[in-house]
Design a protein around this ligand. Sequence first.
Ligand SMILES: *Cc1c(COP(=O)(O)O)cnc(C)c1O
Length: 456
Amino acid sequence: MEQKIPYKIYLREEEIPTQWYNVRADMTHKPAPLINPSTGKPLKAEELEPIFCKELIKQELDNDTRWIDIPDEVLKFYKMYRPSPLVRAYFLEEALGTPAHIYYKFEGNNTSGSHKLNSAVAQAYYAKKQGLKGVTTETGAGQWGTALSMACSYFGLDCQVYMVKCSYEQKPFRREVMRTYGATVTPSPSDTTAVGRKILQEFPGTEGSLGCAISEAVESATTREGYRYELGSVLNQVLLHQTIIGLETRLAMKKYGIKPDIIIGCAGGGSNLGGFASPFIGENLRGEANYRIIAVEPASCPSFTRGKFAYDFCDTGNICPLAKMYTLGSSFIPSANHAGGLRFHGMSTILSQLYHDGAFEARAVEQTAVFEAAEKFARVEGILPAPESSHAIKVAIDEALKCKETGEAKTIVFNLTGTGYFDLSAYQQYNDGTMQDHIPTDEELEESLSKLPHID
Ligand SMILES: *Cc1c(COP(=O)(O)O)cnc(C)c1O
């Protein structure tokens, strides 16, 4: 007889996994190395040391160690807001009239409002352990900056955040959360860095972009004594830290003998999808399972579905290392109409390689459909989802509706990465009926892709 599954499956505190999982150990084709743009050669650890913390570089370059211990100090912090619940979406299933079983892992239950804290606390810990004074970073929508500010204040580190100018103006409340945790927040592009001044001169009146804020934060870290740069997505180390999500999910499912058929995550730079799905992808790679995995991205910034798998810069100022990834070109800036997050032009190199090798599918969705799904979800499940997370909700609903047609009781699990309380201006556009979809034309994409650096 089927065991009745509770609405929320909570692990006990002592069941929180004590190691992160490094999916690279199970990959036949390893992700391509980062390349130094001035030499055209793979970057060595020493070359990365002016930018990143030593221990994090080790994690970044480690393609072989399958399990990496989570430091006690980090585990202690995790206990403040973890384990996060795995929720059976009974209400949503009922509203959709689907035979599918839908689950979501809810990562929004902390002040930063997203999964980003899982990596922020690890990165701040390693910076502290190295004896640094502080760290710099960029933030787009503000979740990463908030998470890093919280982690830095916990470990007594200074935190300098370059915030994309349009968000700085549109999201003053997030800025105040960061300042409350002691961070300094600068709108980007700014005149505080050489690269910022150059971008301002070239594009006066620009509203900024993530790629441009990254350039400023990196310059700021490398020109300040005792500082390093930290990034909230894309990098291998970030995916590693985020595997706490997938490992907890798998453990919670095992308790009740649940086997997922479809695993869904939204993809911006790839950290939540990588962290959520990679323990499952690992099982697929080792031939132990056959899960179907779907990455969901916005149609206005479609890196997987319309990008090129090539070496590209991670930033607009072209000062960062080159990464081989699915990219729309570092000069690509999503339409100003796009309110739904996930605006980065590139993608995690690990996920890019896996996608290239056919390890998962990708789907692009338009933002009005995403907000429709968000509204449906909020009204029955009670949580106001982040626009980013709602990309995964949209595809989970689509898949559940397919089950309704075929009568199959598939098990669907998605990652609900965060809450949308600071995204209410996007919800306002949706509620007012003024939200528009924007899909870049082939010409627009060709324009930015034509500027890819020539490496191979
Ligand atoms: C940052 C963010 C994302 C996207 O980033 P990934 O690195 O692709 O996970 C998704 N959801 C929320 C709530 C976020 O804050």
